[in-house]
Every structure is written in structure tokens, then in C-alpha cells.
Ligand binder design. Structure first.
Ligand SMILES: Nc1ncnc2c1ncn2[C@@H]1O[C@H](COP(=O)(O)OP(=O)(O)O)[C@@H](O)[C@H]1O
Ligand SMILES: [Mg+2]
Length: 188
């Protein structure tokens, strides 16, 4: 069983969005999965569901630096860290990296979220690019498709198939699926 933890110390960076898209992909391909929502403040697309035969468990987490964060990381195999790309995201992401360094030994994927040329700070990009272990990354564009799809409790992949958001999400879910040893989902 592969545990995938979606986590960041900062809220509003896309944890629940990323989680919902991962679960949607697993659902579309009939994978056996469990989904656990540890963030009771959120408004998730899916309800927590446990499958005894699950090959993969997807876990969404609340923001903040709880003691639990360390414990959850210790039992994760794959850590997905969404972040925005503004100058104000550098310190929270560094804090997250410090916690990860102590508690996590598995594979990490960075999701650079809400990307567009206006809200990606040069300072962030320069800093992020010189970090030693951030090659495994994927960009998700800033797009109203995310909010519109979630109004219908739908994945952007089925809601707006040909949108840049859907293409980027497919790349993201397939990266995670490869990391978890699952077959890729083919593009519709
Ligand atoms: N790439 C994106 N473009 C536009 N809006 C986004 C994007 N990613 C997330 N959002 C929106 O930002 C808000 C916060 O995202 P959410 O996934 O709930 O963050 P978190 O779980 O980290 O608090 C939501 O309203 C979501 O629809
Ligand atoms: Mg959330």
C-alpha cells in the first residue's frame, strides 16, 4: 500500500484541489484506493472512504504546523507539496522543507500552483530553482476552470477537457501515479 500525503504549512495553496484531482483520476480508472480527509475545515469534493483492498491511500491535510504533520509525514511514501509562487510563499515553503527533512524519506513532488506571469515572483523562482531537490515538479496554471469545475463537484479533466488546466492536471496525476507504481491514465 502506497500512502500519498498532500501537505503544506500554508492554507489556500491548492491541497484540496490537488487531492480531489488525484482521487478523481483513481476513480476514473477504477483503481482501489482509500481517501482520508484530515482537514475538517475544508469543503472537500469527496467524503472520506476506506477500502480494505486499497493499493493507494490519498490523504488531504489541514494547514498549520501541528505535531501531527510530522507524524503523518513519517507514514507517507509520497509527499505532494503544493505552493504558490509569490515572494510570501518562500518562508512557509522553507518551513515545510525543514519539517520534511527531519520526518520524511520518500519521494516528493512540488506542485507550483496558480502559475501565471503576473503572480509568479522572480525572487521565488530564483530561490526555488537553486534548491537541491526540487526537480520533481509540475506547474498548474491560474485558471477559473478550477472554481467552475468544483461548483459542479467535478474534476477539471472532465469539466473542461481541452483546457490548459486539464492538460496540466493530467500531467500532475500521471506523475503521482508513476511515483506510486500505478499505470498512467490515458488522455481522453
Ligand atoms: N490553479 C488554480 N487556479 C485558480 N484557482 C485555484 C487554483 N488552484 C486552487 N484554486 C482555488 O483556490 C482556492 C484554495 O484552494 P484549495 O485547494 O482549497 O487550497 P487548500 O486546500 O490548500 O487550502 C479554491 O477556491 C480553489 O478553487
Ligand atoms: Mg484544503
Amino acid at each position: 500500500m502506497v500512502n500519498i500525503l498532500i501537505s503544506s504549512v500554508k492554507g489556500g495553496v491548492g491541497k484540496s484541489t490537488v487531492t480531489a484531482e488525484l482521487v478523481s483520476s483513481l476513480k476514473r480508472t477504477n483503481e482501489k484506493y482509500s481517501y482520508i480527509d484530515l482537514d475538517f475545515q475544508g469543503d472537500p469534493m469527496y467524503e472520506t472512504s476506506i477500502n480494505e483492498n486499497a493499493v493507494v491511500t490519498v490523504i488531504d491535510t489541514p494547514p498549520g504546523m501541528s505535531e501531527n504533520l510530522a507524524r503523518w509525514q513519517q507514514s507517507a511514501d509520497i509527499l505532494v507539496i503544493p505552493t504558490l509562487m509569490t515572494a510570501r510563499d518562500m518562508i512557509p515553503l522553507q518551513t515545510m522543507r525543514d519539517i520534511v527533512k527531519v520526518n520524511f524519506t520518500g519521494q516528493t513532488l512540488y506542485v507550483l500552483n496558480r502559475w501565471d506571469r503576473f503572480n509568479a515572483s522572480k525572487d521565488f523562482v530564483t530561490w526555488f530553482n537553486q534548491l537541491p531537490d526540487t526537480d520533481n515538479r509540475v506547474l498548474l496554471p491560474q485558471s477559473t476552470v478550477f472554481a467552475r469545475a468544483s461548483e459542479y463537484q467535478e474534476s477539471v479533466v472532465t469539466f473542461a477537457k481541452r483546457s490548459p488546466a486539464a492538460v496540466a492536471v493530467m500531467e500532475m496525476v500521471n506523475k503521482v501515479r508513476r511515483m506510486a507504481g500505478l499505470p498512467e491514465e490515458s488522455i481522453l
